[in-house]
Design a protein around this ligand. Structure first.
Ligand code: GDP
Length: 194
């Protein structure tokens, strides 16, 4: 068993976060909550990196399509008119493509963040996936009001400032994918580690 202070998670500032000048704000919020940045880099991803970041499993892709269908039904939009189909297994790949295009549209900032319950605490600080629904005080709730109703109409991914791992297993996988053998730093935070 790892020490609770050694839990690590993976975070990426997405193109809208970078272009809104929120890199510092995002890092500040993590550090304010006694979390420690142990690796950090700005980079321009290539297609393969982003394509491999998002799951390719049919189940995950169809779920994206189902989410889109739910939004269309909720707001009374016509799925057939915009997608030419109401089959979620065909809509899913289209939404996944929007996600890949979005993630390639500006440089990203990737980081590994460490601390007690790092995965859950960062998800809490990030807020709901859909910014219009995210609580005030969270990163997504404070800096975006984007919604799938608007994003789907504009044929693009929901812009929600950051990506962060959902589970410790996902964090481990994403850290390996994005950092490989790169150095993870170890230092003592005042008031946290000593
Ligand atoms: P996350 O783990 O909170 O990022 O959320 P998901 O894994 O469920 O979704 C991945 C990404 O897809 C989100 O961060 C959004 O950028 C985008 N997204 C999620 N749901 C929708 C949707 O209904 N429509 C569109 N256009 N994009 C979505």
């Amino acid at each position: 068993m790892k020490h609770p202070k050694e839990e690590k998670t993976f975070v990426m500032v997405k193109p809208d976060g970078v272009r809104k000048g929120l890199i510092g704000e995002v890092i500040k919020r993590f550090e304010q909550h006694d979390l420690k940045i142990v690796a950090l880099e700005m980079f321009q991803p290539d297609f393969g990196q982003i394509d491999n970041h998002y799951p390719k499993k049919e189940e995950w892709i169809t779920r994206l399509g189902e989410k889109t269908k739910t939004t269309y039904e909720k707001y009374g939009y016509d799925l057939l008119e915009d997608f030419g189909t109401d089959d979620t297994s065909k809509i899913g790949p289209e939404v996944r493509k929007w996600l890949v295009d979005y993630m390639l549209s500006a440089p990203l900032v990737k980081m590994i963040v460490q601390g007690v319950h790092a995965v859950d605490v960062i998800r809490k600080l990030a807020g709901d996936t859909l910014p219009y629904r995210a609580a005030v005080g969270t990163i997504r709730g404070d800096f975006s009001i984007d919604s799938p109703a608007l994003a789907n109409k504009e044929k693009r991914a929901v812009a929600n400032i950051i990506h962060c791992s959902e589970t410790p297993e996902e964090a481990e996988h994403e850290i390996k994918h994005w950092f490989g053998d790169a150095k993870i730093y170890n230092y003592k935070r005042f008031g946290v580690d000593e």
